[in-house]
Design a protein around this ligand. Structure first.
Ligand code: FE
Ligand code: FE
Length: 197
């Protein structure tokens, strides 16, 4: 990790982290859009993919304003969120349940971004970097709007469809009986041990 001698250094580190996070998302979102069955959800993801490309160029402007070379630094947090999302997408699920899961992981990504952009806006303001703060605020507003849109889609029918769908799949529950396996290997305490004499 680079030496952080000032809040400005810390800001630059966070911007590098965000640049990488956005880049990871531009790779993940086409897969999410493809896995979505709701046309509205697919459109929302594709729209945000375009926005995300714009957010990357905004970050490039920020690097410029801070006299830094545009360069990412691996964002392990976003990598983890994306990995969990792709695990869910690998599962076999009815379309509406899959859509609900895609929304769940997309909202995790948005909240992670909202936290990070909230921080860098505040830091840029503290450092009197008004133009930087304003660019980052624009992105923060887009992330918040995307999060709201995802909630609206979930609440406008996807969750309901997913819950109706899972009622129809009751037959699948048969296998669950076999899943329980007793594990009684741990020693049971003995209250008394009798000696025979
Ligand atoms: Fe973003
Ligand atoms: Fe986003």
């Amino acid at each position: 990790m680079a030496e952080l001698t000032s809040l400005r250094d810390a800001l630059i580190e966070e911007i590098k982290d965000l640049y990488d996070a956005e880049k990871q998302l531009t790779k993940a979102m086409p897969k999410m859009a493809k896995a979505a069955t709701s046309q509205d959800l697919r459109t929302a993801i594709e729209t945000h993919l375009e926005e995300t490309r714009g957010q990357m160029s905004r970050l490039e402007q920020v690097f410029d304003l801070l006299d830094e070379r545009a360069k990412g630094k691996h964002c392990a947090g976003m990598a983890g969120i994306i990995e969990e999302g792709s695990d869910a997408m690998g599962e076999d699920a009815p379309g509406s349940v899959m859509d609900a899961c895609i929304i769940a992981s997309a909202q995790r990504a948005e909240h992670y971004e909202m936290a990070a952009y909230g921080t860098v806006v505040a830091w840029a303001e503290a450092l009197d970097e008004a133009e930087v703060a304003q660019l980052l605020q624009q992105t923060l507003d887009e992330e918040k709007a995307t999060d709201k849109k995802l909630s609206a889609l979930a609440e406008a029918g996807i969750n309901e469809a997913a819950s109706a769908g899972s009622d129809e799949e009751e037959d699948d529950e048969e296998d669950e009986d076999e899943e329980e396996e007793e594990s009684t290997t741990v020693g049971v305490p003995r209250s008394s041990s009798r000696k025979r004499s």
